[in-house]
Ligand binder design. Structure first.
Ligand code: PEP
Length: 258
């Protein structure tokens, strides 16, 4: 399948790190370091409690703010949950959905991923929907089967119009927070496979337009190699997004690899 030019995105997932004060300090250091970036989008997803601080600190810049999860109802008796319109009001434009840590530690299912994605889209958010296999799946030769199941249950459950508004993140679980990055070739192979799944489910055109970020131990020293693969439309970055200098060098690495 030939590749059409897609705009790249570098998204930082802060997980359960950073207070509001730490968020403000991060943005003061980070924004000047990425002021020249033109060719890729930048997203930062802080914990819920730091979203407003991040929105205020990022105002006037090109950095979009995201959340790390969302619930599918608009309001109601759902203790501990956050609704899509609440995220929008707090200044979010993006939301990560179906991260492997939510699947592993909080029992998130494909059905929940699909419901959350639809609700986020209805509120005008851009979902970043994660898929990826465990090490045991890869070793058992089940990478494609697992990725296809997660793709069909999540993004594949959307209408074509909804599908055109999401970002997909391929995150092999064995590469998250472990320091083991998938080689650029391994990542590109799975991205190509996901594009085939999208082609079967939707259309060739939609498969070509789908933006797939790679996630798993992306760092300043491997971003250029990863971005040399045309199949990779950016990165979802955990650990290396917590430090302003290191996240800025990932972003600048993506920008210069275009
Ligand atoms: C992530 O949290 O989505 C992630 C890819 O983490 P890390 O970059 O630390 O592997």
């Amino acid at each position: 399948m030939s590749i059409t030019k897609r705009r790249r995105v570098i998204a930082g997932n802060w997980k359960m790190f950073k207070t509001q004060a730490e968020t403000r300090a991060f943005f003061s250091a980070f924004l000047p370091l990425v002021s020249g970036v033109r060719r890729c989008d930048i997203v930062i997803a802080p914990p819920f409690t730091a979203i407003v601080a991040a929105t205020e600190a990022a105002r006037g810049s090109k950095v979009g703010i995201g959340a790390q999860d969302v619930f599918w109802e608009k309001e109601g008796a759902f203790t501990g949950e956050i609704a899509p319109p609440m995220l929008v009001e707090a200044g979010c434009r993006y939301v990560i959905i179906g991260h492997s840590e939510r699947r592993q530690f909080f029992g998130e299912t494909e059905q929940a991923v699909a419901k959350k994605t639809k609700a986020a889209l209805s509120a005008g958010l851009t979902p970043i929907v994660c898929v990826g296999e465990l090490l045991e799946h890869r070793e058992a030769g089940r990478t494609e089967e697992i990725c296809e199941t997660q793709f069909l249950g999540g993004p594949g459950a959307l209408t074509p119009e909804e599908f055109s508004r999401i970002l997909v993140a391929y995150e092999p679980v064995w590469a998250i927070g472990t320091g083991k990055t998938a080689t650029p070739e391994i990542a590109a192979t799975v991205h190509r496979f996901l594009r085939k799944c999208a082609e079967k489910k939707f259309s060739t055109e939609q498969a070509r337009a789908m933006r797939i970020l790679y996630g798993g131990s992306v760092k300043p020293d491997n971003i250029q190699g990863l971005m040399a693969q045309e199949e990779l439309d950016g990165a979802l970055v955990g650990g290396a997004s917590l430090d302003a200098k290191s996240f800025a060098s990932v972003v600048n690495g993506c920008e210069s690899a275009q």
